[in-house]
Design a protein around this ligand. Structure first.
Ligand code: SAH
Length: 255
């Protein structure tokens, strides 16, 4: 596969970006590394001349950028997503350093589109946004000064992705793992997590207790399982059957 083929499926997603300058500088960072798929979730100001000024010739990346209302929309079709975070604490996802995250991302491009997700300048990614991702990546920094400028964080990761793509390209082409069914997309996984929550409520698994933590664990476990779309259907079939039995049992009790 050519370098371009490894890089084409890699999407950069910027969530709630406040400054158009950062969008422009991120586009420039992407273009220098051969990336072109930019998605903007609720950008505060876009399009904007200041973005074009900082893009310094990467206007094509800005022109092709897609705008989304939610992170779910921006990465729904992806088979792998990595959230970029300046924070190290309270992250309930497997955490990687940039080179390792980039290597996995490039490996996953064989299966479909993949995403690197960046948060807003002031607040970063919410825990909810992060929970939609398969993994988190942190650029190692000084412990008490860990927050890079958004576009500079994009540059560092785009550089690592290019490095990983160059390494993958120079390896003999390994045939992609033979699986009969297409990989599950983030959207299919999200629907499945919703179904889990509903079915576990129906069978009274939570017993009225708060279940946020348990759902996090379940998400982490099932992201790790690398499910394909048929496996998602099998799990959802089991959930539907459990719900049916719960309804029957409920009916019997009510009689
Ligand atoms: N104060 C915010 C920092 C936001 S910086 C926070 O606590 O998260 C804007 C974005 O740049 C972050 O959401 C992240 O996607 C990226 N970023 C900044 N520094 C980073 C780092 N050290 N490692 C990985 N991503 C980083």
């Amino acid at each position: 596969m050519s370098l371009r083929e490894f890089l084409r499926p890699v999407r950069i997603v910027l969530v709630d970006t406040a400054l158009p300058e950062n969008i422009g500088a991120a586009a420039r960072a992407m273009k220098t590394m051969g990336l072109s798929d930019l998605a903007l979730v609720r950008p505060k100001l876009f399009p904007d001349q200041r973005a074009n000024a900082l893009a310094a010739g990467a206007d094509d990346v800005l022109e092709q950028a897609r705008i989304a209302d939610s992170l779910a929309d921006a990465i729904g079709d992806c088979v792998h997503a990595v959230g970029c975070t300046a924070r190290l604490r309270d992250i309930s996802l497997p955490m990687f350093e940039p080179a390792a995250a980039a290597q996995e991302l490039v490996a996953q491009t064989r299966r479909g589109p993949v995403a690197l997700v960046f948060g807003a300048e002031r607040t970063g990614l919410t825990n909810e946004d992060l929970s939609r991702c398969d993994a988190a990546v942190h650029i190692p920094t000084e412990a008490d000064f860990s927050s890079l400028n958004l576009a500079q964080a994009v540059q560092v990761l785009a550089y690592c992705v290019r490095g990983a793509a160059m390494a993958a390209q120079s390896l003999p082409a390994v045939p992609a793992e033979q699986r009969d069914d297409p990989p599950a997309t983030i959207e299919q996984l999200e629907r499945m997590f919703g179904h889990f929550e509903e079915a576990l409520t129906d069978i009274d698994f939570f017993k009225g207790r708060p279940y946020g933590h348990l759902m996090q664990r379940l998400r982490r476990m099932l992201h790790r399982a690398d499910l394909d779309s048929r496996e998602v259907m099998i799990l959802r079939g089991i959930l539907a059957e459990a719900q049916r039995m719960a309804r029957l049992a409920q009916g019997a009790v009510n009689k």
